[in-house]
Design a protein around this ligand. Structure first.
Ligand SMILES: [Zn+2]
Length: 467
């Protein structure tokens, strides 16, 4: 049964334009083929920031700015893993971002897929050893995604002297990902392909103990990145803001085409069509391209800090990390905002677009600083929580050829049509949560284990809680 759609003619213009243009793919190709990984500190990162600014201006957005983000940068050096006993063999490996430079020898302990409870249970065995664990995200049927950085953090707190991350997918080489805590980690973290991890396991099984020498030469230095922000100003309530955002930095070993650039170009495409076809709207729509998400959510954290006094005016922040990737399903996940669910479901019907609406929270993308500040947030991702893992994501194989124009079109039209509606509502059903309500939410059975881990790690590093 069709639902009355008050935005039908604007919807038709938005959808019609996006589906008869290749602009969104053209932008993706420039970002990935011309600028490369856009990893923090590279020339391509600066070029990408300038590109987004120029595009936002070309598309007619207002107040387009590059907002600087100061952070601790990390530069990859050569990494060497040599088995020194029971055989002599060098294995190709890469450092994980924020790994410190080291030259050390140690014995490997195989922690399997890295189930959180095993790190506590086996702490005595871990102490003084080099932990090896896979990239499987639901060890021992965990119901939540156990992130690489949590496996590293738990190894560190149990007294490990090094960390080896083994890809659980064959043929993709090593997978990368940050392990720092607002800068350099305290023990080295390196990554191996599945096949070399299996070799180490066979040696351990046959000969008992495997000893390695690990040499890394990475370094940290002060660095500056940029968030790129542009507005479609509202007429009646210009201070009331609906935000669409995605980071644009990828990992240095990759084009980062699916993660994140497919989402970044979809944010930009939504900006283009809304600037062109939306009538003057009551509220402002703000478009944000975040710097330095991959190694610590620096861009979005900086924005939430620098704009702290404006956060109460954000009706909703929709995170579009990887939104146009083949591996992503384009539903809407609300970060525990039950009072918004029926609104989004109504829009799904009104738009004649069957996306699902889910509810959950994770800490690992740019919605999180907003979530922690109580802002209503959500993401364009599968409503059903997937514990599949990243596939070729975070490997050298996350390349443009794997992103399809249709997926980019789906992500950009959904974002544009939702932003149009959110910015047109006379009243908005939710307001910002206070700090107590946010912490209470995380202190539920579902999120408690992860929150406890984060609190413990923050204490371990002796720093205040990440915001
Ligand atoms: Zn991402």
């Amino acid at each position: 049964m069709s639902h009355q759609n008050p935005f039908l003619s604007i919807d038709q213009q938005i959808v019609g334009d996006i589906y008869t243009s290749t602009g969104v793919m053209d932008n993706l190709i420039v970002l990935c083929d011309d600028f490369g990984s856009r990893f923090g500190g590279t020339e391509g990162e600066r070029q990408a920031a300038e590109f987004f600014k120029a595009k936002m201006e070309e598309y007619g957005l207002s107040n387009v700015t590059l907002e600087p983000v100061e952070y601790t940068g990390w530069t990859r050096g050569e990494a060497k893993l040599e088995i020194i006993s029971p055989i002599l063999k060098a294995l190709p490996c890469i450092s994980l971002p924020y790994s410190p430079p080291v030259d050390l020898e140690g014995t490997i302990i195989d922690m399997g897929d890295g189930a959180p409870k095993d790190f506590d249970r086996r702490a005595d065995e871990i102490k003084g050893k080099i932990v090896m664990t896979t990239s499987v995200v639901n060890p021992k049927d965990s119901k939540r995604w156990i992130h690489r950085s949590e496996k590293y953090g738990r190894s560190l707190m149990a007294g490990a002297i090094g960390f080896i991350f083994v890809n659980h997918y064959p043929g993709y080489g090593p997978a990368t990902g940050g392990i720092g805590h607002d800068g350099e980690g305290l023990i080295p973290g390196i990554s191996l392909c599945k096949e070399d991890g299996a070799l180490i396991q066979r040696l351990m099984k046959r000969k008992g103990e495997v000893r390695i020498r690990l040499t890394t030469t990475d370094h940290c230095q002060p660095a500056t990145s940029w968030n790129i922000i542009g507005d479609l100003p509202g007429r009646q309530y210009p201070d009331q803001v609906v935000m669409l955002g995605c980071h644009y930095d990828g990992h240095d070993i990759s084009q980062g085409a699916g993660d994140p650039a497919s989402g970044a170009v979809s944010v930009l495409e939504a900006a283009r069509v809304l600037a062109e076809y939306a009538p003057p709207l009551p509220c402002t729509i703000r478009f944000a391209l975040w710097g330095i998400e991959e190694i610590g959510l620096y861009g979005s954290r900086e924005y939430a800090k620098a704009h702290a006094d404006e956060l109460s005016n954000i009706r909703f922040y929709l995170n579009m990390d990887s939104a146009g990737a083949e591996t992503n399903k384009r539903d809407i996940v609300l970060n525990e905002w039950p009072d918004l669910e029926s609104r989004f479901e109504g829009w799904s019907e009104e738009m004649a677009l069957g996306f699902a609406v889910g509810q959950s929270v994770n800490a690992y993308s740019d919605h999180f600083p907003f979530f922690m500040a109580g802002v209503p947030t959500g993401g364009m991702q599968a409503a059903e929580r997937s514990l599949e893992g990243r596939g070729y994501g975070h490997t050298q194989h996350d390349t443009v050829d794997k992103v399809h124009l249709t997926s980019l079109r789906e992500a950009s039209t959904l974002a544009a049509r939702l932003a149009l509606r959110m910015a047109s509502e006379e009243t908005w059903p939710v307001t910002r949560r206070d700090e107590k309500a946010v912490l209470e939410l995380l202190d539920s059975p579902e999120y408690r284990e992860e929150q406890e881990y984060r609190d413990r790690l923050n204490t371990f590093y002796g720093k205040p809680r990440q915001r």
